[in-house]
Design a protein around this ligand. Structure first.
Ligand SMILES: [Zn+2]
Length: 469
């Protein structure tokens, strides 16, 4: 832990002057007792729709306050643009090519050591409560290492309040004074976007007069499809949908506030490290589409990430990090040895040996559209589509067979990724593509489940999520 203290101080002192008003320098003494860990993943939450990342609407008052006394990452990326591969990376410290939970029918490999397994082996009570995403359930082998593993069903409305209540109840009942690792997965920002007590605050009254979406109880893909077919889908309708999306974030923020106040009531607030993140974002027509899992643009993989807890103080970190880094980073914070584990991630605060300026991250594993992978560096992002015709889960597009596509974006001057630089920098592009080819070549043998393995009720819920065909 000593090395960690020194390095963290170095980070604070040497931080570039980008929004680091909160940096107070130094740290409080670390927790005197062995600490706990809470990871909260808000499914489908865009980084740029949170106040502490500059959003103009009041979506996240609690998280913004929490951020002031936490470490906030300005350049955090997800290893994939949809839930299963991304959460697999968070919980294994490995990229999708190594943990194997890549496509809809894939399982997380049994050979991997999950964070839950590792902490359980180190004496932790491990608890998982998921508010309705069945892509990271039993069938997909995500139970590995959890003492208690619960998935609630989202379909009829928002559930974060019930997830929080169940999580706290199970923690109280089952922990028995052991250190704990809690994983909470909140689905309320994922479509369908349900009306919440905050929705009216976010609906623009002028827009509401012209929008064809008349304040329904929920907004889901069939509603959009219907409007499109009727030729009634344009800017006012997009705006209404974004209003609903933002109101959902506000609802989740309220439940996060409740979760943290419950931890305080249990006397655990001062001795628990917390990680708040998204598994991926949501495209809201940034590049012409809606949903997630179909591109590797920043609206889907540039994620929010906040880490706080005993001894950590408010600061911003600009270095490029990934959700594969969470596993080794929390081990370092908790003072738990990594043992023989070989992880793709870096312990962000602790490893003196890694050079942030030389960092290269990978993101891959599509839900829909052609398979593609991205190489992300502090300056650039290269997205490579090896075969445009090889569409995930669809028939081959014969006229395009064998054609690849490569794009390069300047992350600093073109954060919206509008200008493809690949034609101007052919050599750099080729080097990046070779690395991505190598990444694909190192893909493990994947394990799949068959539909007959899946409980019909779970299958129905997967279909309701809009993923299954
Ligand atoms: Zn997700």
């Amino acid at each position: 832990m000593k090395q960690f203290h020194i390095f963290l101080l170095a980070i604070f002192v040497g931080l570039p002057a980008t929004g680091c008003d909160w940096v107070t320098g130094g740290r409080q003494p670390a927790a005197p007792e062995p600490a706990n860990l809470l990871i909260v993943v808000v499914d489908t939450l865009r980084r740029d729709h949170l106040g502490h990342y500059g959003y103009r609407r009041p979506t996240s008052p609690f998280w913004d306050e929490l951020a002031k006394r936490s470490v906030v990452f300005d350049n955090a990326y997800s290893a994939a643009p949809w839930t299963k591969p991304s959460t697999g990376s968070l919980l294994t410290g490995l990229y999708p090519n190594k943990h194997g939970a890549i496509r809809k029918q894939h399982r997380l490999r049994n050979e991997v050591t999950t964070l839950a397994e590792h902490l359980k082996a180190n004496g932790f009570f491990t608890l998982y409560v998921n508010g309705g995403n069945d892509h990271i359930g039993d069938v997909q082998n995500f139970r590995q290492g959890f003492d208690v593993f619960r998935i609630l069903e989202k379909r009829s409305g928002n559930l974060a309040d019930k997830v929080v209540a169940q999580f706290i109840q199970l923690l109280e009942q089952k922990r028995k004074n052991r250190r704990f690792f809690g994983y909470v997965h909140l689905m309320d920002v994922h479509s369908p976007y349900f009306r919440t007590q905050f929705t009216d605050q976010f609906l623009d009254p002028e827009n509401a007069k012209i929008s064809a979406i008349r304040s329904p109880r929920r907004i889901n893909p069939p509603l959009l499809k219907g409007l499109r077919e009727e030729g009634r889908f344009g800017e006012p309708e997009k705006k209404t949908i974004i209003d609903y999306y933002d109101a959902s974030i506000r609802y989740v923020d309220e439940q996060l506030k409740l979760l943290f106040s419950e931890l305080k009531r249990l006397g655990l607030a001062d001795n628990t490290y917390y990680v708040l993140a998204a598994d991926h974002g949501e495209e809201l027509w940034d590049h012409g589409g809606w949903y997630h899992g179909h591109t590797l643009y920043d609206e889907l993989i540039h994620i929010p990430l906040t880490i706080g807890g005993p001894g950590l103080q408010g600061s911003r970190i600009n270095d490029l990090v990934s959700n594969v880094d969470v596993f080794p980073t929390v081990l370092e914070l908790l003072g738990v040895s990594k043992g023989n584990l070989k992880l793709d991630g870096k312990a962000i605060f602790a490893e003196m040996s890694w050079n942030p300026a030389a960092r290269e991250l990978y993101s891959s594993a599509m839900l829909q559209g052609p398979e593609q992978a991205a190489l992300i560096t502090p300056a650039r992002k290269v997205i490579w589509v090896p075969d445009i015709a090889a569409r995930v889960g669809q028939k081959l597009d014969a006229p395009l067979a064998g054609k690849s596509l490569t794009r390069m974006f300047d992350r600093v001057t073109d954060p919206e990724e509008r200008f493809d630089l690949a034609p101007r920098f052919p050599e750099q592009t080729t080097v990046a593509v070779e690395k991505l080819r190598h990444y694909y070549q190192n893909t493990v043998t994947t394990e799949a489940f068959s539909e007959s393995d899946v409980d019909p009720e779970v299958m129905r819920r997967l279909q309701a999520l809009g993923y299954a065909q």
